[in-house]
Design a protein around this ligand. Structure first.
Ligand SMILES: [Zn+2]
Length: 826
């Protein structure tokens, strides 16, 4: 291994080995200058390729042909193997367009995409930020040279070791790949996982191998970082670097439009005059598809999109994956392509590698992660997706299984025992693969599409057969949980839907450059009238838009949640009898119960998003309203619905389930979930939205009326002739007063860490959300609203003390009165 270490004194080492090769010769001539190209490569193993790769005396050398200087290459780096807790293998570190330039005896590597935004598409964990701007003029691929008007930064300068007779430059490969080029370092990923990096240890870092291909060079490296604390003292990461030739002719680009959910790629284009500087252009990312027969309405592509199913994917899942991939053909037909996409087994050649960034692959990772991702490799000049790697983590099937059992078993008699059959899990895998492949075709999440269908449509078998539960597979509305037993709905899992067909047609139909923009605009105009084709994703508006939701279906959030809870009650009620009577059954009880609470909380949170909610219409027409506020009556209905669920529940505290695995804190998960829901109603963000609406004078529910109504629901027991308050309600009532107290304290002061820690322990919410929630009431009428609400609570508490049915209730009420005395309004 020592011979393959990165050496900072590579040239010295090389000279030393050159000297060793000729020990008997004094060789005065060799000492007069550096060794020649021929001398250095004596005895080297050489691979031809995009760059020649030489291996000599354990050192890798790269040979850059003279005609490659000035050409654009894509330098991509991804994690190949990681320490515990760090991102995941296959995750992208960086992807940049670079260029080699020669300066005397030095090779500079320029980063042409430093100013570009080349986001990896489709990570579930790391959704891209807000969308870019709509380009404002016709795009011409001839303009696609990256700006010459600005100076691209030099990423790295490397000494040329020797020059070949044909002008090629020989450089030390370790200078590129030893891990110290900041832009290609996994340091951020390590630090996010709490590995504080102190530096690279060259003695424990080396190039594993470099392989040259005709249009690519791929280097696998092992880099060890010293850490700033003693345990562990180091972190070792395997990184795969690839240098790939970009297409000689950039693909014809399509301009990005925020009304269709494509991942954007932004580049800088030189202006028409020097004064104009550079102009930012935003394109969609997509594969290059060209018709074999351009005149045919439906044609096979010149080159289809091929996804290899990696050899490590278990045999029993491969056919479902193939279906999930090829399901997209239906959408490509809408764009004029027949057999546009297909799944294949990889060739059985020994050098086939699933990490090869020249091919698209579905990979299978046996890691305890309930997730899947679809990063892509993109030519930023045109948005062309060159290849994509879909990563499916084995444990995603566990999550899929519990979701299917909980949501579908009331309507699917074949799903009433756990574990589910391979056929059922396979159908969920088909859905998951379709969704992930959708990302790698360029599509981002469309969380509006899960709200496209009405309750009636979701419960009608004919409609359900036609559309499924959602208008897009790119939403998170995975399963129809609204349909009730007896409705007769059979198609329960989401499939490629009307929006997906529209999006692929919009993004992939080959169009005449002269009329492209007008045609795309016309299609969007037509689509604008159809709720099945609407798009809303992960951007600013989605934070407050109750029609953009994850894990929810149906245009009526409240009714969907009510019906969903009825199904959840059925499946959770049957859970104890549905699992095998052994240890594996206990684990199934635990994980399925946790999933059920998450679903319930998600539905109730979605209903509460109506409060202060703003619906976006996204027609992008200045004289049409883009945002409308939810009517007060609907906001009130949502508040009442959520309050009606903030109660103890035997369904969601099933003793038969909890008594199999929870000796301590059996009710904690449920109680925390209820607390989070209450905190959501008391969030500073809601206050801010209500205050905003009041200032605009539109659908304004005054903060004071809102808080008073919330309080009256939360303390409804006080009106009983004989007041009895159960432990959960006592907990929520205490939390209510404590939260108001914290928010008033945060009116003028930052939220103290001790308060954040206390709320974190109570609710499991993140510190950032707690701070925001407690402090963003600043600038609203909160103090006055609290005064009014608590002014009414005081006398009610006093009377309830007298009517207490038991001593615990009395003590609780006395306790609240004590807290109240410290708050305004008394
Ligand atoms: Zn996704």
């Amino acid at each position: 291994m020592i011979s393959r270490r990165f050496s900072t004194l590579f040239l010295t080492a090389l000279l030393a080995t050159a000297a060793v090769a000729q020990p008997a010769q004094p060789a005065p001539a060799a000492q007069q200058g550096p060794p020649s190209y021929t001398q250095i490569l004596e005895g080297a193993q050489t691979q031809p390729g995009l760059l020649k790769v030489h291996l000599r005396a354990g050192h890798y050398l790269l040979e850059i042909p003279a005609d490659m200087f000035g050409q654009n290459l894509l330098w991509h780096a991804e994690l190949a193997a990681v320490p515990d807790g760090v991102a995941s293998p296959g995750a992208q570190i960086a992807s940049r367009v670079i260029r080699f330039e020669r300066r005397g005896n030095v090779v500079d590597i320029r980063d042409l995409s430093a100013a570009l935004d080349t986001r990896a598409a489709g990570s579930e964990n790391d959704p891209p930020e807000n969308d870019g701007m709509l380009p404002d003029h016709e795009l011409d691929p001839a303009d696609l040279a990256v700006s010459e008007a600005s100076v691209p930064p030099i990423l790295l300068s490397v000494e040329q070791i020797a020059q070949a007779p044909d002008g090629a430059a020989l450089i030390d490969a370790s200078r590129l790949f030893r891990g110290d080029v900041p832009d290609f370092s996994p340091q951020d990923e390590l630090e996010e996982a709490f590995y504080p990096v102190a530096g690279i240890d060259p003695d424990r870092s080396y190039i594993e191998r470099i392989v040259a291909h005709p249009n690519q060079v791929a280097a696998n490296t092992v880099v060890t970082y010293r850490l700033q604390r003693t345990q562990p003292s180091a972190a070792t990461v395997e990184i795969r670097h690839t240098l790939t030739a970009l297409p000689a002719q950039p693909m014809h680009p399509r301009a990005f439009d925020p009304r269709v959910g494509y991942f954007p790629v932004t580049y800088l284009e030189a202006g028409s005059s020097r004064e104009q500087g550079t102009v930012e252009r935003t394109l969609i990312t997509r594969y290059r598809l060209e018709k074999k027969d351009p005149s045919a309405a439906l044609s096979e592509p010149v080159k289809p999109i091929v996804y290899y199913i990696s050899p490590e994917v278990p045999v029993k899942w491969r056919s479902y994956m193939k279906q999930g991939i090829e399901d997209w053909n239906r959408a490509f037909e809408a764009a004029g392509f027949k057999n546009a996409i297909r799944a294949e087994d990889p060739p059985s050649t020994p050098d086939w590698n699933p990490a090869d960034t020249r091919v698209s692959v579905i990979r299978w990772l046996a890691q305890p992660v309930e997730n899947a991702m679809g990063p892509s490799i993109i030519d930023p000049r045109s948005g062309e997706i060159l290849a994509a790697h879909v990563l499916i983590y084995e444990d995603v099937l566990k999550l899929a299984q519990s979701l299917y059992y909980l949501l579908a078993s009331p309507n699917d008699p074949q799903a009433r025992t756990l574990p589910l059959s391979d056929e059922k899990i396979g159908q969920m895998l088909r859905y998951i693969v379709s969704h992930e492949v959708g990302h790698t075709l360029g599509l981002r999440h469309n969380h509006r599409a899960s709200q496209a269908l009405s309750t009636e449509q979701l419960r009608d078998p004919a409609s359900a057969d036609r559309f499924g539960p959602v208008a897009s597979i790119m939403s998170y509305g995975r399963i129809n949980y609204v349909a009730q037993p007896g409705d007769g709905v059979k198609r329960l899992i989401a499939e490629i839907g009307p929006y997906d067909l529209f999006a692929i047609r919009w993004g992939y139909t080959p169009l005449d450059a002269a009329t492209e923009r007008a045609t795309l605009e016309r299609w969007l105009d037509e689509a604008g009238r159809d709720p099945l084709l609407a798009f809303g994703g992960e951007d600013d508006a989605s934070v407050v838009d109750p029609t953009v939701l994850t894990e929810n279906i149906g245009s009526d959030r409240i009714e969907a949640a009510r019906l969903g809870l009825m199904n959840l009650e059925r499946s959770l009620g049957a859970l104890h009898g549905a699992v095998p009577n052994d240890r594996s059954g206990i684990e199934l009880l635990r994980s399925t119960y946790t999933s059920a609470l998450r679903l319930r909380e998600g539905w109730l949170a979605a209903a509460s998003k109506e409060i202060g909610g703003v619906v976006e219409h996204r027609t992008l027409r200045a004289r049409e309203t883009q945002f409308t506020r939810v009517p007060v009556a609907r906001q009130r209905e949502a508040l009442r619905f959520v309050l009606s669920q903030l109660k103890a529940s035997q369904t969601f505290l099933p003793a038969t389930v909890l008594n199999t695995y929870a000796p301590i804190g059996a009710s904690d998960e449920f109680v925390r979930s209820q607390r989070r829901l209450l905190m959501r109603l008391l969030s500073g963000q809601v206050y801010g939205q209500l205050s905003d609406a009041a200032l605009l004078g539109e659908n304004a529910w005054s903060l004071s009326d809102y808080l008073t109504e919330l309080q009256s629901g939360l303390f409804e027991e006080l009106g009983q002739p004989s007041v009895r308050i159960d432990p959960l309600r006592r907990d929520l009532q205490r939390l209510y007063l404590a939260t108001l107290q914290d928010q008033l304290a945060a009116y003028n002061e930052p939220v103290p860490d001790s308060v954040v820690r206390r709320v974190q322990a109570q609710t499991g919410m993140s510190a950032a959300v707690i701070r925001l929630s407690l402090s963003s009431g600043q600038g609203t009428d909160l103090r006055a609203a609290v005064r009014v609400a608590l002014g009414q609570l005081g006398p009610r508490l006093e009377q309830a003390v007298a009517n207490s049915a038991d001593s615990t209730t009395r003590a609780h009420l006395e306790d609240l009165r004590g807290v109240l005395a410290e708050l305004p309004g008394q």
